[in-house]
Ligand binder design. Structure first.
Ligand code: HEC
Ligand code: HEC
Ligand code: HEC
Ligand code: HEC
Length: 138
């Protein structure tokens, strides 16, 4: 069956977006958050835990500010603002701690579990703090 012109245009647009998606995933920094990410860091020698599904949507709906998680420090000040490109945590937090920078595993645990624990202590709804709550086989 021959494609109509509309179909062909949609197909080409789809291809284009697909390629942009690949470029976005591989090069440069993004400014728009993906709805859901599967987080996985390589930690040599550790007994690997299943990857962690992280939903920007859930956190956005709960009004967690971008700056609670994304930062770029100048001295003690976080100068990162919404709309600016976002670097991966691993761009700054390596496999080993460095100066005041936590290693990437502890950076995640401190940030993710830290907030969930704080909110629970205040009697508010929060995400999981037990291992399987985040590390789930998919
Ligand atoms: C609760 C924590 C949290 C909040 C809130 C949050 N993010 Fe993220 N964001 C993350 C994590 C974790 C990643 C994955 C980082 C990685 O792969 O190293 C991420 C990834 C991203 C990425 C993709 C970076 C890349 O190159 O893969 C962008 C863009 C982004 N966030 C933008 C935002 C914006 C804009 C907001 C506010 C509307 C926001 N985020 C709110 C935790 C958060
Ligand atoms: C541009 C570099 C950079 C990126 C990208 C980055 N960090 Fe950091 N982070 C730092 C530096 C530098 C510090 C130390 C700040 C200080 O002086 O106390 C820090 C501190 C922290 C801390 C402890 C202080 C705090 O803010 O609670 C946590 C937790 C943390 N980072 C988690 C993360 C996570 C998770 C990501 C990815 C979503 C991330 N960081 C991305 C540079 C970065
Ligand atoms: C500043 C506070 C804060 C930070 C930081 C944070 N969360 Fe959450 N998280 C929440 C809140 C609030 C909820 C919503 C609880 C509800 O509505 O039941 C939530 C819910 C969740 C849930 C359950 C909902 C779902 O998506 O399945 C998971 C899993 C989760 N968070 C993972 C993470 C991970 C992984 C990180 C770190 C990358 C993180 N969170 C960082 C506050 C936070
Ligand atoms: C709030 C979410 C959350 C909870 C709860 C949590 N983690 Fe994690 N953990 C993460 C994230 C995000 C990463 C980085 C992505 C990855 O590699 O899984 C991580 C990474 C790790 C890593 C390094 C990567 C690997 O697979 O070797 C280990 C080990 C780990 N976690 C163990 C644990 C253990 C043990 C518990 C329970 C005591 C736990 N985590 C609870 C979010 C969580």
């Amino acid at each position: 069956m021959a494609l109509t012109r509309g179909c062909r245009l949609a197909y080409v647009a789809g291809l284009f977006l697909g390629v942009m998606g690949i470029l976005g995933a591989h090069g440069g920094s993004l400014t728009e958050p993906p709805a859901v990410s599967l987080l996985k860091i390589p930690v040599p020698g550790s007994r690997q835990k299943p990857p962690v599904k992280f939903s920007h949507r859930v956190h956005e709906a709960r009004r967690v500010a971008c700056t609670q998680c994304h930062h770029e420090y100048q001295g003690k000040r976080n100068v990162w603002r919404e709309g600016q490109p976002v670097d991966k945590c691993q761009a700054c937090h390596g496999l080993k701690p460095e100066a005041r920078r936590l290693d990437v595993k502890n950076a995640y645990h401190r940030q993710c579990k830290g907030c969930h624990r704080r909110l629970r202590q205040q009697g508010r709804q929060a995400g999981p703090i037990e291992c399987q709550g985040c590390h789930r086989p998919t």
